[in-house]
Design a protein around this ligand. Structure first.
Ligand code: HEC
Length: 130
């Protein structure tokens, strides 16, 4: 029994050691979480409303589906997710998404300035998921 009670102590000492580790945070995060970070809630809400319809595995929009699948992005490894985020950042900067043709019939599908800013910040890697 005495030996077992030492286990939590060892775990705490281990944790303290990890925290004291002077490695840069990004490296540590990548090592501990090689999978993509979950989408921040506000980003997810915008995406679901304004992007997801065309960009998911079951989308009827074949071109949109082929270019970007949010479910795959969320399940992707970090390096792959970062590449997709780069594409998203590009599309947002150029203002090509959602497509202008689509907005002709559905102007309410346009991103508001606040939504655009949130997505831009996230896709540029400046927004940490909580
Ligand atoms: C009405 C359907 C539709 C909506 C809504 C939509 N997209 Fe797209 N998206 C497309 C299509 C179609 C393409 C492929 C365009 C092409 O290949 O010319 C595409 C391509 C893309 C690409 C790939 C660009 C490239 O060149 O690799 C990105 C990134 C993207 N969309 C992001 C978004 C984001 C972010 C949103 C929400 C703000 C969004 N899309 C909303 C249909 C849509």
């Amino acid at each position: 029994m005495k030996k077992l009670s030492l286990l939590p102590v060892a775990a705490i000492v281990g944790l303290l050691f990890l925290q004291a580790n002077p490695k840069p945070e990004a490296d540590t995060m990548l090592a501990l979480h090689p999978e993509a970070p979950a989408l921040p809630a506000d980003v997810k809400a915008i995406v679901q409303q304004k992007c997801y319809g065309c960009h998911n595995a079951n989308s009827k929009n074949e071109k949109g589906k082929a270019k970007l699948d949010w479910d795959a992005l969320e399940a992707a490894k970090k390096s792959k997710a970062m590449a997709s985020m780069g594409k998203i950042s590009e599309a947002l900067t150029e203002g090509t998404m959602p497509p202008a043709k689509f907005l002709e019939n559905k102007p309410e599908g346009k991103l508001t300035e606040a939504e655009l800013a949130t997505l831009m910040e996230w896709s540029a890697g400046k927004k940490k998921s909580k």
